[in-house]
Design a protein around this ligand. Structure first.
Ligand SMILES: NC(=O)c1ccc[n+]([C@@H]2O[C@H](COP(=O)([O-])OP(=O)(O)OC[C@H]3O[C@@H](n4cnc5c(N)ncnc54)[C@H](O)[C@@H]3O)[C@@H](O)[C@H]2O)c1
Length: 319
């Protein structure tokens, strides 16, 4: 099968490319390399079934050509990372909304299967965890740019569901919960690579706020296995799925664990959110997925523990 991955030089996209090539598909990765990196796909460049196309999902004629040639599309290209979103509010909306609409409209001609990458951020400040796919979403004020990412992804979900309902475009939506692993960069505010780099350099690990906020980290190998299972299953179009780890860990505890596993002498330093992201920044206290639905549809469960995930990232940064 000819598979198109938008954002294919990114963190999740490059792991997905590895997996799909392993399964015998022909993979075209397209990316504008804004947060992605050619080094992520460097080892694939000579693969006979792999191609890389530089460009933007906002380039309609390029997208028409790429979509026309593909049998299946994984749409991962997006403006991502809290830091990036806060610094690029307009670009975030344009890429995440206009880009996705261009893709869905073009795909609705041949009706290829499409996967839309959404996020656990769509649940916003709803404190009632664990989140089911049908849980309410609670967003902050529009003056806080942080929420624009969640809103753009929620709009992508609405668009994909509408294209399924009205045009029978077989789109499946996934909400990733803090996906981490090798090749992820800490540059845009991702916590695991940032802590590991700080610990290995012997620098203080910077925890935002009091560190009691918690997350469920998912190893990228688990996340990639999940999306492939969902795209291979005929009952998933028009459905939304949480993809997340089930081991909850507070950010302060995560920092302590990274220090232990690296054997670092680093200290832990707390910095108020306002100092990092400006006045009025809001964060979610806990973010826990209910994964009953994906388990029922395709039998997926995460297999990699937080410690195993951290060790993989530590080894990656060491080498
Ligand atoms: N990693 C996570 O924890 C997580 C959580 C929730 C959702 N997601 C979603 O998963 C997807 C992949 O994220 P990731 O973690 O691999 O981040 P990433 O930054 O590595 O991947 C995004 C890719 O999209 C590319 N891109 C951005 N704008 C583009 C454009 N206009 N045209 C073409 N390419 C463009 C970037 O260069 C990058 O390679 C994104 O849609 C993201 O919103 C990720």
């Amino acid at each position: 099968m000819n598979v198109l991955i938008t954002g294919g030089a990114g963190f999740i996209g490059s792991h997905l490319a590895d997996k799909l090539l392993e399964k015998g598909h022909r993979v075209c990765a397209m990316d504008n390399l804004s947060t992605g990196n050619l080094s992520n796909i460097e080892p694939l460049m000579d693969h006979p079934r792999f191609s890389f196309v530089p460009g933007s999902i906002l380039d309609e004629s390029l997208m028409r050509e790429l979509i026309d040639e593909s049998d299946m599309i994984y749409h991962l290209a997006a403006a991502v990372g809290v830091k990036y979103i806060m610094e690029n509010p307009l670009k975030t909306i344009q890429i995440n909304v206009r880009g996705t609409e261009i893709l869905l409209e073009l795909a609705s001609v041949k009706k290829q299967r499409v996967l839309i990458a959404s996020t656990s951020e769509v649940y916003g400040k709803n404190g009632a965890v664990p989140y089911k796919e049908t849980s309410d979403r609670l967003m902050g004020a529009t003056s806080a740019y942080r929420w624009s990412y969640a809103c753009t992804k929620a709009l992508d979900e609405f668009l994909a569901l509408a294209y399924w309902d009205e045009k029978k475009l077989p789109a499946v939506i996934v909400r990733f919960f803090n996906t981490c692993g090798v090749r992820q960069t800490g540059r845009y505010g991702m916590v695991v690579p940032r802590f590991v780099e700080q610990a290995l350099k012997g620098e203080p690990l910077i925890v935002h706020g009091d560190g009691t906020q918690s997350r469920c980290f998912t190893d990228v190998s688990d996340a990639v296995r999940a999306v492939v299972l969902l795209m291979e299953n005929s009952s998933t179009p028009g459905e939304v799925f949480n993809i997340g780890g089930i081991q909850e860990i507070a950010i302060r505890a995560l920092a302590e664990r990274v220090i232990q596993l690296t054997g670092s002498r680093s200290s832990i330093q707390h910095i108020p959110y306002e100092e990092v992201y400006g006045v009025g920044f809001e964060d979610m206290k806990r973010r826990i997925p209910d994964i009953t639905k994906i388990k029922q549809y395709v039998g997926w469960e995460p297999q990699v523990s937080v410690d195993e995930l951290l060790l993989k990232v530590i080894n990656y940064y060491r080498h």
